[in-house]
Design a protein around this ligand. Sequence first.
Ligand code: PLP
Length: 402
Amino acid sequence: MNDLIEPELAVPDVRDIFPASREHTYLSTCTRGLLPVPAREALIAHLTELETGTTDKAALFEKVETVREAFARLIRCHRDEVAFTKNVSEGLNIIATAIEWQAGDNIVVCLDMEHPNNVYPWLNLRDRAGISVRAVPPRNGHVDADRIIAEIDERTRLVTLPTVSFSPGFRTDVAAISRVCRERGVFLLADAVQSVGVLDTDVEDLGVDGLVVSTQKGLCGLYGMGFLYCRRDWAERFTPAYLARFGVDLGEDAHEASLGSDEISLMPGARRFDLGNYNYPGVVVAEQSLSILNRIGTRTIEAHVTDLSICLIDGLLDLGLTVAGGAPGRHTSSIVCIGELGRGHDTSDDPGIASLSSHLTKADVVHSIRRGMIRFAFHIYNSKNDVDRVLNLSRDWYRVQP
Ligand SMILES: Cc1ncc(COP(=O)(O)O)c(C=O)c1O
């Protein structure tokens, strides 16, 4: 769908609507993306309406549907396959609690490469429902598709993975795993918060059955809002663990406060997972941010960030620094990490990494440390100048190392 639309926004123009990208070297989209100016303006207008008692609820509901459609367009699914959530964790838990588990069922996951928010839902189910969590070891920081596939058996109900790990930021070979999941009727659930908005995403090509994101990273939105994609045929077999008015089908024209009969008719597809009132500040922001991302086109964004990642990796390797994953390859995403996979978030046990990080911070290069590595992440508002700055600063730092 995206490809049929001529990009209406070019990359240089876009930097004008993310002014902070000109003020610092902002390389931290993997923690949170920059808010575009039109999104801030829309949020202020929304707050002003709340302050002055002029909120138009019908207009807000329309925005909810515009945003649902925009998100569907971004990942190429139908709008009825999209539910609104608070964050990644809520999307994962919605699926985890919609499946009717039998004791002895199992799920397959590479726990070591997951963000904790895609670990605890499964440990909880292990303790509450008696499922077994089959933890597959990583291979050199990669979620290993062959190892995941080898663990799938007749009691496997679900496989979960990150499309891109939060650190070291490697892409997972989702399509290889999805082929096996499809054959065996296993639900494939992706934590895609480190890829959606930054890397081109087509849920059909990926072959996922469920996909979760929150809006504060690649979607350049607010904390406290996210989306759940659930393939329609799966969603319609699920009964949500939580149910409220917007998950119940009372017809399009029914008021939000209407109560139907006690025979429940669930909304089609993933809409059954919507609960009550939405995060409207998050919605008005997402309307602007998603419109910008869709107008640029995620193929353009992916090409841009991948180019920057490759330039940065090549430059860092030329300086003699250790880059996670080595030379660019199929694993390369919008995230580049320096150092060895280790311990420490925000700080690193490796004194060299800690020292380089503090050198970069003093020079206003906004970055993060996760799993002991320095993490840089690109988005559409980054440029080759950002790569050059990091390389020049790293070279200066390297020269004075004992
Ligand atoms: C891969 C990944 N999953 C999940 C999260 C966060 O989860 P939530 O949106 O539930 O806070 C992050 C980072 O914040 C992440 O990098």
